[in-house]
Design a protein around this ligand. Structure first.
Ligand code: PAF
Length: 283
């Protein structure tokens, strides 16, 4: 039976007991409204640990003004039963007061430089400060040996790796694959904002990413490919924030650079902002 814990002292007691028993703790931080993609992260955590903790906390500090904090779907009962079925031992559900004892505006902030100013960071100012701050707090609360993050949030994963390396958190960061619907749409809690008419169109993001991969690996110029992918999305009704090809560390590739690449897209369809990416190699 999964334990549902909302008080820090109770969390510490349970995790302390496990650690004294020599157990390794795996951790999956989430904002809830969990789907099969999250459940697969829990299953992955199980392979790296003896006990798995998941958190559900809709973090106010990573939402900008006008973003979807108020309407972000909250489904705690379904989350708890899905986590239990996926093999999670403990669900950590802190209140905003427990997470931010001095208030969300008066919290100590963690800022990861440079990487947080690109792409998502440029379009969602302050977003990664909220993520880095809450993940640092969650790491201090749960004290995991391994933590699992999904590859769909590619830049978030890069920010967390930098954070953990720079602040010497003794935590192994494990990347979980993106789970997709049958038409290629990446699973996301935000997909449920899509209207029935928008839902099939949303898969164009995955098609645009595959198109980018095909043309870049064929040797086409990056700027042309990014512009063509942007047009493809705009023609289907998307408002595109970026369609970009980068090195895995998100630097811009230069002419003649070979090696690993990631293509990333962020685009809005109606009221729904979606992100996705694809990784590939250039010879
Ligand atoms: O990826 C998410 O769901 C959130 O950004 C995270 C890592 C749980 C921090 O609030």
């Amino acid at each position: 039976m999964i334990a549902i814990v909302s008080e820090l002292a109770a969390l510490r007691a349970r995790i302390g007991e496990w650690k004294r028993g020599g157990m390794r703790i795996g951790f999956v931080p989430t904002m809830g409204n969990l789907h099969a993609g999250h459940h697969s992260l829990v299953e992955l955590a199980r392979r790296h640990a003896d006990r798995v903790v998941a958190s559900v906390f809709v973090n106010p500090t990573q939402f900008g003004p006008g973003e979807d904090f108020g309407r972000y779907p909250r489904t705690p009962e379904a989350d708890a039963s899905g986590l239990q079925a996926a093999g999670c031992d403990l669900l950590w559900m802190p209140s905003v007061e427990t997470m931010y004892p001095h208030g969300a505006q008066a919290t100590v902030q963690v800022h990861v430089p440079v990487i947080t100013e690109l792409l998502e960071g440029a379009h969602r100012p302050g977003h990664f400060d909220g993520v880095a701050t809450v993940v640092s707090r969650l790491f201090n609360q749960v004290q995991p040996d391994a933590a699992v993050f999904g590859r769909k949030d590619y830049q978030q994963l890069a920010v967390i790796r930098y954070l953990v390396g720079d602040l010497s958190f003794p935590i192994e960061i494990v990347a979980g694959p993106t789970l997709r619907e049958a038409d290629g749409l990446a699973m996301s809690s935000r997909n449920q904002y899509l209207s029935p008419g928008e839902r099939p169109v949303a898969a164009t993001i995955h098609q645009a990413l595959q198109y980018i991969k095909t043309r870049i690996t064929a040797g086409d110029a990056r700027a042309d490919v990014e512009a063509a992918a942007t047009r493809m999305l705009q023609e289907r009704g998307f408002d595109v924030d970026y369609a970009a090809v980068r090195h895995p560390d998100l630097r811009e590739p230069q002419e003649g650079d070979n090696g690993a690449r990631v293509a990333l897209v962020a685009a809005r369809l109606g009221q729904t902002r979606l992100i996705d990416n694809i990784e590939f190699d250039v010879d």
